[in-house]
Design a binder for this molecule. Structure first.
Ligand SMILES: [Zn+2]
Length: 343
């Protein structure tokens, strides 16, 4: 089959590889009908993911049809249309049983071998899915493949940013970083009824955020805008969805006293010069979330089915898997905000 393989930093290729096979009785094989590129795929592409195992097939967001199941799989069957959760959880360990699925002791991430145990991703014709009963979820006809890929990661992550940011309709929420997760956070905060400010350096992304109900600002304007709208107090909640130390610094400066900075950008830097004086003086809460698809996907599917959320609105590029190398170039250069590929 064809698959997108990361061979080294900056070296992404479309290769012919063996089809995946069942390795455990809890596995399933899925024929991929749509696979997206996530901002998190850029960290190993840039060589910024410590321990990443090159030779891994990339991709942790997909929708498709189950073609094979192991003998112990009971909740999905062959022929069923499904979406995955990006972070694989066993569903049985102490953390999973306590509802902390993102902290599963056996966790893995599709296409992130080395950081977690070896597991190939889904930017391919087929993908092997471990713990299929937990990881896969059947899709209703009301959710298109293009909308479904957001359920794997981006949308539940953004939803977690808003839930763990304790956002209410009376809040002013400022979203820093308008990749797909930031745009989804705008969508969810808008649904809650909050006032949403948003900032990003890329004009196309600001345009998308504005179309989703946010007041948008360039990076050098947002501080003044938040201050002006809040009598100098600051934002009730700041969502950091960029995943850079600089964006985190901006987010901390934008929050009001006793405000919450809800971080869903992926961070891999081990050291960060946290301004403890600012944290103490303003009594800030700083909270990180990986994004819990298992907890939120059922609710999010109803929201999509009811027309309250339309994640596919942020897809800027629809491409064939055959054009994956070009797709990565467009995404890495930020010409593309979200790419969905079709094998
Ligand atoms: Zn577990």
């Amino acid at each position: 089959m064809k698959a997108v393989v990361l061979r080294g930093a900056g070296d992404v290729r479309l290769e012919e590889v063996p089809d995946p096979v069942l390795q455990a009785e809890t596995d399933a094989i899925v024929r991929v009908d749509a696979a997206a590129i996530c901002g998190a795929d850029l960290f190993p592409l840039h060589g910024l993911t410590p321990g990443f195992e090159y030779g891994t097939i990339l991709g942790h967001e997909f929708a498709g049809i189950v073609t094979e199941v192991g003998s112990a799989v009971t909740s999905v069957s062959v022929g069923q249309r499904v979406v995955n959760m990006s972070l694989v959880a066993d569903g049985t360990c102490a953390a999973c049983r306590a509802g902390r699925v993102t902290q599963c002791s056996g966790r893995a991430l599709f296409g992130y071998s080395g950081v977690y145990p070896r597991l190939d991703g889904a930017q391919a014709d087929f993908v092997r899915v471990p713990h299929a009963d937990t990881v896969l979820y059947p899709l209703p006809d009301s959710v298109s493949d293009e909308a479904a890929v957001f359920l794997a990661d981006n949308l539940p992550t953004a939803y977690d940013a808003i839930v763990r940011g304790e956002v209410t309709r009376d809040d002013l929420v400022c979203v820093v970083g308008l990749g797909a997760v930031g745009l989804m956070a705008v969508m969810v905060a808008h649904d809650v009824g909050a006032t949403v400010f948003a900032t990003d350096g890329v004009e196309q992304r600001r345009g998308l955020a504005a179309s989703l109900g946010a007041q948008v600002f360039e990076s050098d304007e947002v501080g003044e805008a938040v201050s002006g709208a809040t009598d100098g107090l600051g934002a009730d909640v700041v969502v950091e969805a960029a995943g850079t130390p600089g964006a985190l610094g901006v987010a901390l400066q934008l929050a009001r006293g006793r405000g919450i900075v809800s971080v869903v950008g992926a961070h891999f830097e081990p050291d960060y010069p946290l301004n403890n004086a600012l944290m103490f003086e303003r009594e800030l809460t700083l909270r990180f979330s990986i994004g819990d698809s298992l907890a939120h996907r059922e609710h999010l599917i109803s929201m999509i089915s009811e027309g309250r959320l339309d994640p596919a609105a942020v897809v800027t590029h629809r491409m064939a898997l055959d054009d994956a190398v070009e797709a990565y170039r467009l995404f890495d250069s930020r010409e593309a905000t979200k790419v969905v590929m079709t094998p």
